[in-house]
Ligand binder design. Structure first.
Ligand code: KIV
Ligand code: NA
Length: 275
């Protein structure tokens, strides 16, 4: 698996980083085959895979279960795994134990933590312990109930300045990359220029050093409504529903299975069966 050096090198060379979320073996395998630079086992899995209405119910065990499957599917891709709700903003001792468990069992390249100045101590402690950390500021879905909904962050001067400060402090604490979610493109550009580590945007414009999208969003798979910042590259809802409905109809109409889908048996053996 690629190292964290790859991240700053690509930023220096001006090469964009393409990141996709993945939650299981087949999605990870397909992303690796597609040449993704980075994978994210996002706690968005709570919504797009497990059907919760937010990321808040997601547990450490959920992340380990899915993270291990992703690692099996994409053993050669730089994989980042989200620390879920309330797993890193508890006591430092508990935070270190949670991160240790996730890092040892999943063996990812890095863990990701939501938050700005309020998590810098965690970022530096985990980094010192040997766990590379990716930061995440702007819209941080784990605190959606405090933010007052899923909406763009950093629109006012005060909010924007706080995000710039957050970005610098998270980098200063040792983060190896920083996700910027739902921030105005010009603000993301300022942050990207201020930092040495790569920014990875989602709803943060084209100036970021990389982009990330949720697998199920970009493929339109099982999701109904797409946020403004998503470009959909195919419609698996339609393709999958059509294929599944065709199978169901074939079974009802005696059109499946056909000869080519069945196994034969030697004639003599068959005669023996009927005596
Ligand atoms: O969980 C997730 O998918 C994320 C991305 C949206 C950055 O954190
Ligand atoms: Na997440």
């Amino acid at each position: 698996m690629k190292t964290t050096k790859m991240l700053s090198q690509k930023k220096q060379n001006g090469e964009n980083l393409a990141m996709i979320t993945a939650y299981d073996y087949p999605s990870a395998k397909l992303c690796e085959q597609a040449g993704a630079d980075l994978l994210l086992v996002g706690d968005s899995l709570g919504m797009v895979v497990l059907g919760y209405s937010s990321t808040i119910p997601v547990t450490i065990d959920d992340m380990i279960h899915h993270g291990k499957a992703v690692r099996r599917g994409a053993p050669n891709t730089f994989t980042v795994v989200d620390m879920p709700f309330m797993s890193f903003n508890v006591s430092m001792e508990q935070t270190l134990m949670n991160a240790k468990k996730m890092f040892q069992e999943i063996e990812p390249a890095a863990l990701k933590i939501e938050g700005g100045q309020e998590v810098t101590e965690v970022v530096s402690s985990l980094t010192e312990a040997g766990i590379p950390i990716v930061g995440h500021i702007g819209l941080t879905p784990q605190t959606v109930n405090v933010l007052g909904g899923y909406r763009v962050q950093g629109k006012s001067e005060k909010e924007a300045n706080k995000l710039i400060e957050d970005a610098k402090e998270v980098q200063g604490a040792g983060a190896v990359a920083l996700v910027l979610e739902c921030v105005p493109a010009p603000l993301a550009e300022i942050i990207t220029e201020e930092l040495d580590i790569p920014t990875i945007g989602i709803g943060a414009g084209a100036s970021c050093d990389g982009q990330v999208l949720v697998y199920h969003d970009l493929l339109q798979y099982g999701v109904e409504r797409l946020p403004k910042f998503v470009k959909s590259y195919t419609d698996l809802n339609e393709l999958t529903t059509h294929a599944l409905a065709s199978y169901v109809q074939d079974v009802k109409d005696n059109q499946f299975p056909q000869e080519e889908h069945t196994y034969s048996i030697n004639e003599d053996t068959l005669k023996g069966l009927y005596g």
